[in-house]
Write a protein that binds this ligand. Structure first.
Ligand code: NAD
Length: 325
């Protein structure tokens, strides 16, 4: 049984706990949010945790095992005995994920980490910590959501038919009924719009986000995003990063996807034929399903590397996810 903690208990963190509920080989034992944390080695009641978080704003208010804290991540790492953590945290500012990783390194904790990080520049910061992860005995799989993540890994598989890869084009459609369920995701998406950056998006109040969404009828259209799929595919030797593009449409007022999420991989075969492979996600699958499923599949893969004494940073394009039963 792999004992798993989740950092961040917003949209993705809560979905992660729900994904783990029926699993036999993984158990959810802890989580931290901005104001508190919960840890219990025998597992936590998911429904109760979500109800308390949504009512009171923090897991710290849970009757059993909840602790209010301004240093929730640090305290959870020190009291908890999880084998691994899924970092479902906002990467706001753009250095936050690397700072959290450094907290794990400094704590002396050994285990596995996965994230669903998005920006190329954020992944580049983690790469600089490579030797520190190795020395600390941490196996960290980065970029393990949907994009980067599931779609990047699918591109690696699709590339195998070709002698040369000309382009990898990722287009995502996300439908969420209510933007407040995924505040960080939406703020980070706004940061890609013309005229915005991570700092301006981080500084926007909820009212300002709502005012922006009111102007666009709840739709965000994103093009040529700075997404780490490009660096991951370059590091995996598939193609140079300038051949990778990512864009999409997010509807913040409708759970139905505005378009089908897909990755198109175009290349030349050894016979000289030009072709395109397309991998399309089922429209019924939510963003949460396509992020949390891969994140835990990669966490399981990270655990098997860790058990074999293989430490350091790997991307979702280098390692095959395993299936969590
Ligand atoms: P959210 O805003 O719904 O929730 C964030 C959670 O983090 C909250 O529980 C909050 O209390 C907690 N938090 C914030 N600061 C904290 C701190 N200092 N210490 C402890 N906890 C803290 O976030 P979300 O919409 O679920 O998004 C999470 C991340 O997932 C974002 O970075 C988003 O970009 C990423 N994401 C990736 C993909 C992908 O495919 N790769 C897809 C969707 C979202």
């Amino acid at each position: 049984m792999i004992k798993v903690g989740v950092l961040g208990f917003g949209g993705l963190g809560q979905a992660a706990a729900r994904v783990l509920k029926p699993k036999q080989s993984m158990q959810w034992v802890g989580a931290a949010d901005q104001k508190g944390y919960v840890y219990h080695q025998e597992g936590i009641d998911v429904n109760e945790a979500i109800a308390v978080y949504n009512l009171k704003g923090s897991l710290g208010y849970l009757d059993n095992y909840g602790v209010l804290s301004n240093e929730s991540i640090k305290e959870l790492i020190s009291v908890g005995a999880a084998d691994g953590y899924f970092l479902a945290l906002p990467n706001l500012p753009n250095t936050f994920m690397a700072e959290v990783a450094q907290q794990f390194i400094a704590s002396g904790w050994r285990g596995v980490l996965v994230d669903a990080i998005k920006r190329t520049s954020a992944l580049a910061q983690l790469l600089e910590l490579q030797e520190q992860f190795q020395a600390a005995g941490i196996t960290y799989l980065t970029g393990c959501g949907a994009t980067p993540g599931l779609l990047t890994a699918a591109a690696v598989i699709a590339a195998q038919s070709y002698a040369e890869i000309h382009s990898v084009n990722i287009t995502f459609g996300v439908g969420i009924a209510n933007w407040e369920a995924y505040r960080a995701t939406i703020r980070e998406d706004i940061a890609h719009l013309p005229g915005y950056d991570v700092e301006t998006a981080k500084g926007m109040s909820d009212q300002q986000v709502e005012a922006l969404l009111a102007k666009t009828n709840g739709i965000l259209t994103l093009e040529n995003m700075e997404h780490a799929d490009d660096l991951m595919l370059e590091l995996a030797g598939i193609c140079s990063r300038d051949r990778v593009t990512v864009g999409g449409v997010v509807d913040t007022r409708n759970a139905k996807k505005p378009l089908s999420t897909n990755v198109k991989v175009t290349g030349r075969t050894f016979e000289g034929k030009i072709a395109t492979h397309t991998f399309t996600l089922g429209d019924e699958t939510s963003m949460a399903a396509n992020v949390c499923g891969p994140a835990f599949g990669y966490l399981k893969a990270a655990k098997s590397l860790h058990d074999r004494g293989i430490y350091g940073l790997f991307t979702a394009a280098e390692v095959m996810p395993q299936f969590v039963n």
